[in-house]
Design a protein around this ligand. Structure first.
Ligand code: PMV
Length: 323
């Protein structure tokens, strides 16, 4: 297959690939319903090592395909050969924290299996990773998987940058565009509370379908659109204000949490703006530090019981680790 200049080339097993986690700046949840979203790939990644085996195994567990829906659907959708494989996954991304651990696992595993199936170009890898995540999770948008495949900053259904690809689902299509990185440092803090993305997505879907829901969705759309434009022109103070507005909307649709609110309050004196990131109901917050107060922000978040990290956007998406 012609995989294009930056696709995943054909190789034989054993193989390894890596893909980054992600941080959503604007638009989570609303993106599921077609509104814009802004996401960037972070410098925490998942790496998979895949070799032939007598039975399908994930991290030495021969029940892996039964226990892990993502593993099972990746084998079903990305593996032409269907012979058994042994997969080892190593990740520095906290699980169920809103930082894209499942998308990074799916994109890195799909990259390996597609490479061993003859190679794949990036738009197809993005579509395939979305379908694997959707099959495992039942609901959701392509924001996480497309970011794990593209790297850098991406806008879903927004912005005016290069169109990387369009992702199709039976109910709608999402356009994925490149946004340039303004070069800022971001701080993320995990609340320590894991949660289910699918449950949160269903609950927000019900809220947006109830009276007043369409108006709320319109507000999400407006905030994310302005946020993408503001970040694109490096307008930090507008981005910070819009982070706060986006958090108000997320609170209103019921996916904030007392622990997230406590982290946001602790962050306020050292951040220009902050919000939850990902599905919410637990998970993580993201903050734009007051320049020069990055270390203070990290201390404040740790003191408030969070697990903080300074995150740097990384330009590279899923790729084989060769050599
Ligand atoms: O919390 P995460 O990493 O699963 O992010 C989910 C983002 C949502 O918009 C809530 C769902 C989606 O698929 O876009």
């Amino acid at each position: 297959m012609n995989v294009g200049s930056n696709g995943i080339p054909a190789r034989e097993l054993p193989l390894s690939a890596r893909a980054p986690g992600k941080c959503i700046v604007f638009g989570e949840h609303a993106v599921v319903h077609g509104a814009p979203e802004l996401v960037f790939a972070i410098d925490l990644s998942t790496q998979v090592f895949v070799k032939k085996s007598e039975t399908n195994r994930l991290n030495a567990d021969s029940e892996g395909t039964r226990r892990n829906d993502y593993f099972r659907s990746a084998l079903e959708l990305a593996w032409k050969d269907h012979s058994p494989v042994d997969v080892r996954a190593i990740s520095r991304i906290p699980k169920a924290a809103g930082l894209g651990s499942s998308a990074a696992f799916v994109a890195s595993l799909a990259a390996v299996l597609s490479s061993a199936s003859g190679g794949i170009d990036r738009p197809r890898l993005a579509q395939q990773s979305f379908e694997i995540e959707r099959a495992a999770q039942g609901v959701g948008s392509p924001g996480d998987t497309s970011t794990a495949v593209a790297g850098g900053f991406v806008a879903i259904n927004g912005g005016s940058g290069e169109l990387l690809w369009s992702i199709r689902a039976p109910e709608r299509q999402w356009d994925v565009r490149r946004v340039s990185d303004p070069g800022w440092v971001w701080v993320v803090a995990y609340s320590g509370i894991p949660r289910s993305t699918a449950e949160a997505v269903r609950a927000v879907g019900a809220r947006l379908g109830a009276p007043g829901g369409p108006e709320l969705l319109e507000e999400f759309r407006r905030v994310a659109k302005h946020g993408i434009d503001a970040l694109g022109r490096g307008d930090r103070s507008s981005v910070a204000e819009l982070l706060k507005k986006n958090q108000e909307l997320l609170r209103e649709v019921g996916v904030s949490h007392p622990r997230l609110e406590a982290l946001l309050e602790a962050a306020a004196p050292a951040s220009e703006g902050a919000k939850l990131t990902g599905a919410g109901a637990g998970g993580s917050v993201v903050a734009l530090p007051v320049p020069g107060k990055e270390a203070e922000l990290v201390r404040r978040l740790a003191r408030a019981g969070g697990l903080p990290f300074v995150v740097r956007p990384v330009p590279d998406g899923a790729s084989l680790v060769e050599g």
